[in-house]
Design a protein around this ligand. Structure first.
Ligand SMILES: O=P(O)(O)OC[C@H]1O[C@H](OP(=O)(O)OP(=O)(O)O)[C@H](O)[C@@H]1O
Ligand SMILES: O=c1cc[nH]c(=O)[nH]1
Ligand SMILES: [Mg+2]
Length: 217
């Protein structure tokens, strides 16, 4: 799985304010939205396009247009919802499917409570939105589900990732999908943080992304 850490001063600036415990929810939501748009620029670098010809007022011109089937954007509820508008600003014609997943605070295992995705994702290019890649359990389960339905190119956009989480996603996918699948899997993140703490929180991190976006549970 390719992992890209987006190295850009505006990303670093916005992320620093996002981490600040004094940043309130309205500001946190706005910064998340802006950060996702910056990350989406890198994450969509290999979005599928085809050559087309258009007529300018002067001459025919060769250019590119997004192909069909349209890309599928998949926010993982709850916190991934805070990334949806920033993503669809860059990909307004994308379709949107929803996955509701919550991590048990004791066991750290993810449970899926909502699945509003097409059953058949054959040949689909997907963009998964989840701000935090911590132990990796949530992302591994989401990627497994999408690949099992036929998605063949999936990019996860995360605000923060932990190194042990990325390794764990790779191990879990090797177990759940085996070596046979041919899907391209990528993670694009604003930062690779130091580590996880004993409660599975990313350090230094930004705390509980869902709570900071929406107040509390
Ligand atoms: O990598 P993991 O260890 O699986 O943890 C990451 C998950 O935890 C958070 O969601 P949470 O379960 O808190 O749900 P929420 O979005 O409803 O707050 C986060 O948005 C990820 O989905
Ligand atoms: O640091 C973390 C880990 C999981 N979920 C969060 O919201 N934050
Ligand atoms: Mg949460």
């Amino acid at each position: 799985m390719d992992t890209l850490v987006v190295d850009h001063p505006l990303v670093a600036h916005k992320l620093t304010t996002l981490r600040d415990t004094h940043t309130d929810s309205p500001t946190f939501r706005k910064l998340t939205d802006e950060l996702v748009t910056l990350l989406a620029y890198e994450a969509t670098r290999d979005v599928r396009v085809a050559e087309v010809t258009v007529q300018t007022p002067l001459v025919p011109a060769t250019g590119f247009q997004l192909t069909r089937p349209r890309p599928l954007v998949v926010p993982i509820l709850r916190a991934g919802l805070g990334m949806l508008d920033g993503m669809t600003r860059m990909l307004p014609t994308a379709e949107i499917g929803f996955l509701g997943m919550a991590r048990d605070e004791q066991t750290l295992q993810p449970a899926t409570y909502a699945d509003r995705l097409p059953q058949d994702l054959s040949g689909r290019q997907c963009y998964v939105l989840d701000p935090m890649l911590a132990t990796g359990g949530t992302l591994a389960a989401a990627l497994t589900l999408l690949v099992e339905r036929g998605a063949d190119h999936i990019t996860a956009i995360c605000l923060l990732a932990a190194p042990e989480g990325v390794s764990s996603v790779e191990e879990k996918l090797a177990r759940s999908l085996g070596e046979e699948h041919t899907a391209t899997l990528r993670v694009v993140t604003a930062a690779m943080d130091e580590r996880l703490d004993e409660n599975g929180f990313i350090v230094p991190g930004l705390g509980d992304a869902g709570d900071r976006l929406y107040g509390c549970l």
